[in-house]
Design a protein around this ligand. Structure first.
Ligand code: SF4
Length: 367
């Protein structure tokens, strides 16, 4: 079963923290969607599997005029088990919701980030807390109940109290799925420059850990399952599409900067909208040559991000006994210290350590 991802690289404006490939210029929207459709027609024939999940992400897919989005959706498989589109609250009008409800899309993922308007404004989000509340209400009124909502913690100026308020407000609304991320400062972003010039102060590690601990305590109390570092779901509502990335299942990525994985090789489309359109989306894909060690490192990172963990038998099957022995040996000190657990030949990182799990994973990786 394969996943299909479609990247829409257009946004109304650039958020301060964002390092995804997206542009605020969207005069090429129609030509871009034509190229995506053409890439899909070209690549679907090589797909030997049924498409189980579809994810239209970005960028901001909800920026697309409905007639353009409709052209795209009409070309995609109709029977995907999970079909998600990302939306920004300011785009979620009654008309948009009713249109989405009339399509095979059955899940909406919305970037709320915070319910504090000062925090939203500081990082350049265009919507307000009120817009987000209205959007949830409109989606539900149109019959769209499979909602995933994103929040960010560690925002500039955010306090433990304001984080609690945002989280409590969202949990009271009970979206079936939540993604909560610690804000990261990526070089080249406006946020990075704001910190370097002293306009904002990065949240301390102690505060970030307090926020994370509050998050996991609150979320468990509310009945959500913490199944991946940043992802939480009410029972039965985990994100199938994203889970297949973590489980190393094959997926096709259409559009600029989209990545694909055929079960063995990874490839990506370069981030040039002009080039992508001029070639009709065809022939732009570049194979990422990965060594066995690089594939093993990917596997270590993706599996240890999840509550499922890393199965040593699976590692042996996929990468050989020497690789599995390497993981066993490098994980041993962490297991002794309680930073990792080993049960039934499966390694996991306890939830309490997930926020600092990069440091643990680095020790297991092959260099
Ligand atoms: S809306 Fe999303 S993709 Fe667009 S700039 Fe903001 S964070 Fe980046």
């Amino acid at each position: 079963m394969a996943g299909l991802y479609i990247h829409i690289p257009f946004c109304h404006s650039k958020c301060a923290y964002c390092d995804f490939f997206s542009t605020p210029r969207h005069s090429d929207t129609e030509a871009y969607i034509d190229a995506v459709i053409s890439e899909w027609h070209h690549r679907r024939d090589a797909l030997n599997e049924t498409v189980e999940t579809i994810y239209i992400g970005g960028g901001t897919p909800s920026i697309l005029p409905v007639k353009v989005l409709d052209r795209l959706i009409a070309e995609l498989p109709e029977n995907a088990t999970e079909f998600t589109i990302e939306a920004n609250p300011e785009d979620v009008t009654d008309d948009w919701c009713h249109y989405i409800a009339s399509t095979p899309v059955n899940r909406v993922s919305m970037g709320i980030q915070s319910f504090n308007n000062t925090e939203l404004h500081t990082v350049g989000r265009r919507h307000t807390a009120e817009d987000a509340l209205k959007a949830i209400d409109r989606l539900r009124s149109a019959g769209i109940t499979e909602l995933s909502c994103d929040l960010i913690y560690g925002l500039p100026g955010q306090t433990l109290k304001s984080w609690q308020q945002s989280l409590d407000l969202l949990i009271d609304l009970r979206p079936p799925h939540l993604s909560c991320y610690l804000l990261s400062y990526e070089e080249g972003t406006r946020l990075w420059a704001m910190r370097e010039t002293g306009k904002i102060v990065e949240a301390s590690e102690e505060l970030s850990i307090e926020m994370y601990n509050h998050l996991i305590e609150t979320i468990h109390h509310a009945g959500y399952v913490h199944y991946e570092i940043s992802n939480f779901a009410l029972p039965g509502h985990h994100a199938r599409h994203n889970s297949s990335y973590w489980l190393d299942k094959p997926y096709i990525g259409l559009g600029v900067s989209a990545h694909s994985f055929d079960g063995r090789n990874r490839s990506f489309n370069p981030p040039s909208i002009k080039d992508y359109i001029s070639r009709g989306g065809i022939g732009t894909s570049i194979i990422e040559e990965e060594t066995l060690d690089e594939r093993l490192n990917d596997y270590i990172i993706t599996s240890l991000r999840t509550a499922r963990g890393l199965h040593l038998d699976e590692a042996t099957e996929r990468f050989g006994k020497t690789a599995a022995d390497h993981i066993t040996a490098t994980s041993r000190p962490h297991v002794k210290r309680g930073n990792m657990a080993l049960h039934d030949n499966t390694l996991t990182i306890p939830e309490s350590q997930w926020l600092v799990s990069d440091r643990i994973m680095t020790d297991l990786m092959k260099v």
